[in-house]
Design a protein around this ligand. Structure first.
Ligand SMILES: Cc1ncc(C[n+]2csc(CCOP(=O)(O)OP(=O)(O)O)c2C)c(N)n1
Length: 580
């Protein structure tokens, strides 16, 4: 039998280096499912319990290994992909999504499960088409792969159910992904201009994002030559912090004061491969240079003196021979000394372990950092988990950290851990989950068990939407509708067929985590953490403190005095420190 469009899809994905797809089968997807079955294990169908999980998992796999695929069946099946695809698209993950649809002759009739995939996926993809004939399919599939690979945007291909069984077109165009590596280097005159700025400045700070990932040796060399402190964004942390003597920490909403100070006190700031979005943490009155391989991003976050379109490694390689060694390292030493002070302060929070059922999340994160493998992959939920990971996890050069860093969606960590575990078998995968986040896609614990993925899920169970609680307090609102009555997550894990461990006492944290990390299989460690642990941004404004005090005042008036005392006790120390 001639191969069908469904067979052709699977063969083409395999040839592009994609070995699996994440989906829930049904209706129009069933022939794709059958084509996967007939590969006899060469291509894997990962049956997730919610398509959003599939999209997040594919995004994680793409971030780690380059490219991945997810699919959704007609109507609601592919509608469920949306949030995960937004996340993938905004993270620059090369994900191809197959949106299976109703049969083509029913289009435009308001048919059962009909959607307009062109409208639906418009805002979360860079390539978005529907094929109605086999010839269109071959061309669109190849274009989708080229787009997602090079543009690092989601590509969606609408696939009407009736097309999947038709005979494949073996037409004249290429039906394979063509991968090529290119280096973008700024013009010589621009490199010279940058060298002149650097050679003429005394206080220089480098700030690295994920885009500087492949240029570690070069930016470390530059920083040492010009005695520059090196800060980083959240996404840049794991590729910047290690083996970097001039590292001064993270800046941004979840950053620490030294990351901010090193930028504010510089005379020249060089942004390397970062789309750092926080104006309030970007210095206003100094010279800023921005280098990015995606020049369309340059200038949108601050007043840029010089913007260079370039791959960071290639640009720095061209720059380094023109940069003179500096001798005065007083600026660098001041920043490093302040960073050490900040680190000591962070560690002091981790030393305070908390009390029964109010375990300090800082202590939990610090303990995980110490016990995790040097090449662990961490996934972190949006919410306070991000804060603890940003502050307490350390880069080693082999570790990775994935989160919903640009889209900022909850419930990302567990699904991303699924993608990470499949993409990197044999590597330790640890998910930092909020109790709110985990609850959202809880059903996919079943996927972890079904595919025997040895993921370690750590639940920071503060029985509240902690991040929002904090937001409300800072805005002067009494926190309301943020508390949760949770199930026993450890029992739930056991019911799903994985190990579950409840941790109530601070003293039990290291043992429970070690036990989980040693265990050859999936484990959920449910840790009862302090809901009032406070994360201050690197710089707090007077109005935020005022907001916090007002919110406390409102709680007093509403009679929630016990809560007020708990929160004040925990937070007073942090507020005082933030003003140091
Ligand atoms: C899908 C989604 N819904 C709502 C929000 C708004 N939001 C951001 S953080 C957060 C609270 C997260 O709570 P939890 O997962 O329990 O983590 P915690 O902050 O308590 O550690 C909420 C509701 C969001 N970012 N994404």
């Amino acid at each position: 039998m001639a191969r069908t469009v469904a067979d052709q899809l699977v063969d083409t994905l395999l040839e592009a280096g994609i070995n699996r797809l994440y989906a829930v089968t049904g209706d129009s997807l069933n022939h794709v499912n059958d084509a996967v079955r007939r590969t006899d294990g060469r291509f894997q169908w990962i049956h997730v319990r919610h398509e959003e999980t599939g999209a997040y998992a594919a995004a994680a796999e793409a971030e780690l290994n380059g490219i991945a695929c997810c699919a959704g069946s007609s109507g609601p099946g592919h509608v469920h992909l949306i949030n995960g695809l937004y996340d993938a698209h905004r993270s620059g993950a090369s994900v191809i999504a197959i949106a299976s649809t109703i049969e083509s002759h029913q289009y435009g009739t308001g048919y059962f499960q009909e959607t307009n995939t062109l409208k639906l996926f418009d805002d979360c993809s860079g390539y978005n088409q529907i094929a109605f004939t086999p010839v269109q399919f071959t061309r669109m599939l190849q274009s989708a792969l080229q787009h997602t690979w090079y543009q690092k945007q989601v590509a969606v291909l609408g696939l009407p159910g009736d097309l999947t069984t038709q005979e494949a077109d073996e037409g004249p165009t290429s039906l394979y992904l063509l991968k090529s590596k290119a280096r973008l280097v700024p013009d010589d005159s621009e490199i010279r201009q940058l060298a002149d700025l650097i050679n003429g400045a005394e206080k220089i700070t480098l700030f690295c994002g994920l885009g500087a990932r492949d240029a570690h040796a070069e930016f470390v060399q530059l920083s040492q030559r010009v005695k520059a402190p090196v800060g980083y964004s959240f996404r840049g942390k794991m590729s910047t912090q290690y083996n970097n003597p001039n590292e001064v920490g993270m800046n941004g909403l979840l950053g620490i004061p030294s990351g901010l100070k090193s930028m504010e006190e510089a005379e020249l700031l060089i942004l390397l491969g970062t789309d750092f979005p926080y104006e309030q943490f970007m210095p206003k009155d100094i010279k800023i240079v921005q280098i990015d391989v995606r020049p369309e991003r340059i200038g949108r976050r601050g007043k840029i003196e010089l913007g260079l379109a370039g791959d960071i490694k290639a640009t720095l390689e061209a720059l380094l021979p023109l940069v003179a060694e500096k001798t005065d390292d007083s600026f660098l030493q001041t920043q490093l000394a302040f960073y050490r002070k900040c680190q000591e302060r962070l560690l002091s929070y981790a030393e305070d372990k908390g009390e029964r059922d109010r375990i300090a999340p800082e202590f939990v994160a610090h303990t995980i950092d110490q016990l995790a493998a040097p090449n662990a992959i961490f996934t972190v939920d949006t919410g306070m988990s991000c804060v603890w990971a940003a502050r307490y996890l350390h880069a080693t050069g082999q570790r990775d950290m994935l989160g919903s860093f640009n889209h900022g969606s909850m419930a990302n960590a567990m699904p991303q851990a699924i993608g990470a575990a499949l993409a990197r078998p044999g590597q330790q995968v640890i998910a930092f989950c909020g109790d709110g986040g985990l609850s959202m896609l809880l059903g996919d614990l079943a996927t972890i068990v079904q595919y025997k993925l040895p993921i370690k899920i750590v639940v920071f169970n503060n029985h509240s939407l902690g991040m929002v609680k904090l937001e409300m307090q800072v805005a002067g609102l009494p926190d309301w509708q943020t508390d949760m009555v949770n199930p026993d997550f450890a029992k739930i894990a056991e019911a799903f067929g994985m190990r579950g461990i409840n941790v109530h006492e601070p003293g039990d944290v290291p043992g429970a985590l070690q036990d989980a990390f040693n265990y050859d299989g999936p484990v959920l460690v449910n840790i009862f953490t302090n809901p009032d642990a406070l994360a201050m941004p690197p710089e707090i404004e007077f109005k935020q403190v005022k907001g916090y005090l007002m919110s406390m005042g409102k709680l007093v008036l509403s009679g929630r005095m016990d809560e007020v005392m708990d929160q004040v006790k925990t937070n007073l120390k942090h507020v005082k420190d933030a003003f140091l």
